[in-house]
Write a protein that binds this ligand. Structure first.
Ligand SMILES: Cc1ncc(COP(=O)(O)O)c(C=O)c1O
Length: 332
């Protein structure tokens, strides 16, 4: 880990992403001051939080002399779409292992991954990258040097993208003469959350994170355990002092009951609300669920009045097209 640093990254995106007030929505939720961090504008094939992680992961692959990236995800994975785009920029081959069976029609992120040049393997019921090692062996036999990017890009190297993001935020807050009391965001594979947690301590910001869980726990290891493990690595690298426990990184699990990618009235009404007050599009799987959670917190007055609240928009726009049939019922 010694040769890894916050400066060791391959430029892929447009940074800093804008940080601005949600003026119209703040009028409606008038006891609060609402802001948004626009990681839907990170560039790299329509943006999203993975650009930050991939800057570090791709650099690491290049440092190791690799010519091929392998990663896995759902067919509508934003992570996979952005990974293929990053590979295109860096001149690397990209193999995606996508759960399920090949659909007749390619749409949303799957279509974009295809356009971006992914070598796609549909892996049926093996939905969590179980086939990565066998594909890697096969490719290495044919002379390729492979670098495996974990699910969601959420290892320590990927998380560095969000450690660095806190530095970016701190500079913007200083420029705008602002303090942020809370950050709400969508948390799933844990890398974003771990990076933000490490970054807040490292750059000495007192902001409280409120990670909204997106998918019901499927594996035996919880996201909190993954986040704590990543934070441990961060403590070692950055010599952090704080001791983190499960409760310090606990995700909010009040909004995930429908399951991953199941679009409910909550997500639909939230997409509509933000689109029609601020002209900003959320995605139906991650950011609308998290934004709904934030609005629910405000409606239930779980947050102190007059707080400054930041929603960290983590992208995901292309999924709207895949879910078009479910979303088109949004009429008023
Ligand atoms: C749009 C979007 N937001 C949030 C997340 C969650 O980020 P993380 O996996 O780092 O928890 C993802 C992960 O795929 C995502 O695609």
């Amino acid at each position: 880990m010694n040769n890894i640093s916050l400066n060791s990254k391959f430029n892929l995106g447009f940074f800093p992403t804008p940080l601005h007030s949600l003026k119209n929505l703040s009028k409606k939720y008038s006891e609060y001051n609402l802001f948004i961090k626009r990681d839907d504008n990170t560039g790299l094939a329509s943006g999203g939080n993975k650009t930050r992680k991939l800057e570090y992961l791709i650099q690491e692959a290049l440092n190791n002399g690799c010519d091929t990236i392998i990663t896995a995800g759902a067919q509508q994975s934003n992570h996979c779409r952005q990974t293929v785009a990053a590979c295109a920029v860096a001149g690397l081959d990209c193999h995606l292992l996508l759960g399920g069976y090949e659909p007749e029609k390619y749409d949303g992120n799957l279509l974009l991954s295809h356009l971006l040049g992914a070598k796609i393997h549909f892996t049926g019921e093996n939905r969590k990258g179980e086939d990565i090692e066998s594909l890697k062996s096969e490719l290495e036999l044919s002379g390729k040097k492979c670098f495996v990017v974990p699910y969601g890009g959420s290892n320590f190297i990927g998380a560095l993208g969000f450690v660095n993001a806190v530095k970016e935020l701190k500079d913007q807050l200083a420029e705008q003469n602002l303090i942020m009391d809370y950050i709400f965001f969508a948390s799933s594979s844990g890398g974003t959350q771990a990076g933000l947690t490490i970054g807040l301590e490292l750059f000495d910001l007192k902001t409280k994170l409120i990670p909204i869980n997106i998918d019901k726990e499927m594996s035996t290891i919880s996201t909190e355990e993954i986040v704590l493990d990543l934070i441990d690595k961060g403590k070692e690298m950055f010599e952090l002092k704080k001791n983190y426990q499960f409760k310090d990184v606990a995700l909010v699990r009040d909004y995930d009951k429908a399951g991953y990618g199941v679009i409910t009235e909550n997500e639909k009404s939230t997409i509509k609300e933000l689109a029609r007050t601020e002209g900003i599009l959320l995605d139906p799987v991650y950011t609308a669920r998290a934004f709904f959670g934030m609005l629910d917190y405000l409606n239930l007055k779980k947050i102190k009045p007059n707080s400054n609240i930041l929603f960290w928009h983590t992208g995901g726009l292309p999924a709207n097209f895949y879910y078009a049939d479910k979303l088109k019922g949004i009429t008023n």
